[in-house]
Ligand binder design. Structure first.
Ligand SMILES: [Zn+2]
Length: 173
């Protein structure tokens, strides 16, 4: 997958957490939750479907084939995101933009995708502010968990951490 865009969503409902969204999407017959990441009310970032899998979050513009999808849990058409959610979204988006070399101009709210007829991610999610943060050079503090000469061992640790709910990725140096 070559990810050139990042599309931001809200779930539009006040689900208890990422698990509930995942169960809902699975009941629709989908392979997994449609987003690649979900941001819970307390700012916890929960991995959705893996980034190696095509998204199921934005048909418009062919975005399922070219965009990673992140969803903030809640109805942000009626309330503002919690500060922890805004902070988590900024951190996650900054990391994804850097890791996948996505241009800040291609970080879009769902409704900004040409052809999308939706209010998503809600009027209270400030997309211009998000892009403003991303355009600013900033320091990111990454936590490294291990370094291996064999990819298999790295994958093993990464999957163990993922099972524990950590958002994990492998960087090659
Ligand atoms: Zn959406």
């Amino acid at each position: 997958m070559k990810w050139t865009h990042l599309v931001i969503h809200h779930t539009g409902a006040e689900e208890k957490g990422a698990r509930q969204v995942r169960e809902y999407h699975r009941r629709l017959g989908w392979k997994d939750v449609g987003y690649h990441w979900l941001i819970e009310r307390d700012g916890r970032v929960v991995p959705g479907r893996p980034p190696s899998m095509r998204g199921a979050h934005c048909l418009a513009g062919g975005m399922n084939h070219k965009a990673l999808g992140v969803a903030v849990i809640g109805n942000l058409e009626v309330r503002a995101p919690h500060p922890a959610q805004t902070a988590a979204l900024e951190e996650l988006a900054a990391r994804l933009v850097a890791e996948y070399r996505i241009s800040v101009a291609q970080v879009l709210g769902h409704r900004e995708v040409p052809g999308a007829a939706t209010a998503c991610p809600g009027r209270y999610l400030d997309l211009a502010a998000l892009r403003g943060v991303l355009a600013r050079p900033e320091t990111l503090y990454l936590v490294q968990a291990g370094a291996f000469r064999e990819r298999d061992r790295a994958e093993q640790l990464a999957s163990e951490l993922r099972e524990q709910g950590f958002d994990t990725w492998i960087a090659v140096r």
